[in-house]
Write a protein that binds this ligand. Structure first.
Ligand SMILES: Cc1ncc(C[n+]2csc(CCOP(=O)(O)OP(=O)(O)O)c2C)c(N)n1
Ligand SMILES: [Mg+2]
Length: 410
């Protein structure tokens, strides 16, 4: 018997803590345009490298380069910029509304706007997202009315979900946005199941699953990958790696796998890793995965490399666990500024138009907010009826619920 001495547990630590110098030397960034674009029917084992690199289109000068460029028209790009700016303005307003006590809770997307806004543009009507709480860009980019989102945030009398969901947990079947569940990773099994059902019915609609880096540690993520792999479900498996899971750094959930994308390889699922702050790259990669799903070639796993610039939620203070200047040191930049630079370089945009667009968007958001507040906020004005608690779960209300409703006086 060899004496191996005392065992010790390996507990990964982030590179820096508050007070330290931000350090992103662990993020190895490929040159824009350097990663090849394989055919969509390429076997997972032939494209393993793509799970360890970062697909990028926009370079430092704002040019769109390489094999993943060229899918979007000038109008598409201007619209994309507008969507990201709208999401940012919406976040700022709703963050303030929470501070003013008009809602109990809010979660923002700052720095991650490209992921959901660009992804939406790769889907068709009828496709279904199973999102988490940080993909409101899927709704904004599909022209879902902001006032409906605010009604939900305020749980007011016009809240489409009748006060039964936590603020920001939107739901819209028509806009391909499955009800958000606060129980993280459950979205993954639901998405794969929905995609399998679509295939069983010989339908043409595909599903998109969404999860954050931290939540990939949940067993639901892994069982969803087994089903997606075995049955070649028409699903896009999205992992948004924004470096943090509240106060836990991404190295904890990633473990020794190198990247989150690499998780797909063990299941034989083609896996891509993409610059999540590059609108063009996100859109191109999403289109590639959507085409695979539509052609019945099965699932694709995509890791979006991005950074959560804001606090986790309105209940969080990131200065307790990361350097205050960390977001400024993030090497992939700001998605809004990068697309803006690209458009200006191509003569499709200008500083003046940008300022004007910001003012127009601020007006739209404020107008929507006024309209929503006419229907009430958390502490003032109209609210859904208590009766609504009992509705919408069973096709026919069971007797015990009917009794409870009567007891409550409704
Ligand atoms: C099953 C489950 N466990 C824990 C939580 C509490 N929780 C809410 S958000 C969060 C962090 C998630 O981090 P990540 O998956 O990286 O997503 P991000 O917030 O960074 O977008 C945790 C632990 C939860 N909502 N559900
Ligand atoms: Mg995260």
């Amino acid at each position: 018997m060899v004496d191996t001495g005392h065992l010790s547990l390996h507990v990964p630590e982030p590179a820096v803590r508050p007070g330290g110098q931000p350090d992103f030397s662990n993020v190895k960034i490929a040159r824009a345009g350097a990663v090849p674009r394989p055919n969509v029917d390429a076997p997972a084992e032939d494209i393993r490298d793509l799970a360890y690199s970062i697909i990028r289109v926009l370079n430092r000068d704002g040019e769109a380069v390489g094999p993943w460029a060229g899918l979007l028209s000038d109008d598409d790009l201007r619209t994309g910029l507008r969507h990201m700016m709208t999401l940012r303005a919406f976040d700022a307003r709703m963050l303030m509304a929470q501070r003013q006590g008009k809602t109990s809770f809010y979660m923002q997307h700052l720095g991650e706007e490209a992921v959901s806004c660009a992804f939406r543009k790769a889907l068709n009507k009828g496709d279904m997202n199973f999102p988490t709480y940080r993909q409101a860009g899927l709704l904004i980019a599909d022209d879902y009315p902001m006032v409906e989102m605010m009604n939900q945030i305020y749980s007011n009398e016009s809240d489409p979900l009748r006060g039964r969901q936590l603020p920001i947990m939107y739901s819209s079947k028509e806009h391909g946005f499955f009800t958000i569940s606060g129980n993280l990773a459950t979205q993954y099994v639901q998405a794969v199941g929905w995609a399998m059902a679509s295939a069983i019915k010989n339908d043409s609609r595909i599903a998109a699953a969404w999860i954050g880096d931290g939540s990939t540690a949940e067993s639901d993520f892994h069982s969803a990958l087994v089903f997606a792999s075995t049955y070649r479900a028409p699903v896009i498996l999205n992992v948004v790696n924004n470096q943090w899971a509240i106060s836990t750094f991404q190295g904890i959930a990633r473990g020794g796998s190198g990247t989150f994308a690499a998780r797909g390889l063990g299941f034989g699922i083609p896996a891509l890793r993409v610059d999540g702050n590059d609108y063009l790259a996100v859109h191109a990669v999403a289109c590639w995965a959507a085409e695979r799903a539509r052609r019945n070639l099965g699932p694709t796993l995509i890791e979006y490399v991005t950074y959560r610039v804001g606090a986790h939620s309105t209940s969080d203070d990131p200065s307790a666990y990361r350097p205050k200047t960390e977001s400024e040191a993030w090497p992939l930049g700001d998605p809004v500024l990068r697309l803006k630079k690209h458009l200006i370089l191509r003569g499709l945009w200008s500083e003046e138009r940008h300022v004007q667009a910001e003012a127009e968007i601020a007006d739209e958001v404020i107008a929507a907010q006024r309209k929503a507040e006419e229907h009430g906020t958390m502490h003032a004005g109209g609210r859904p009826s208590v009766r609504d608690i009992f509705e919408g779960v069973y096709a026919e209300m069971p007797p015990h619920l009917r009794r409870q409703r009567q007891k409550a006086g409704y």
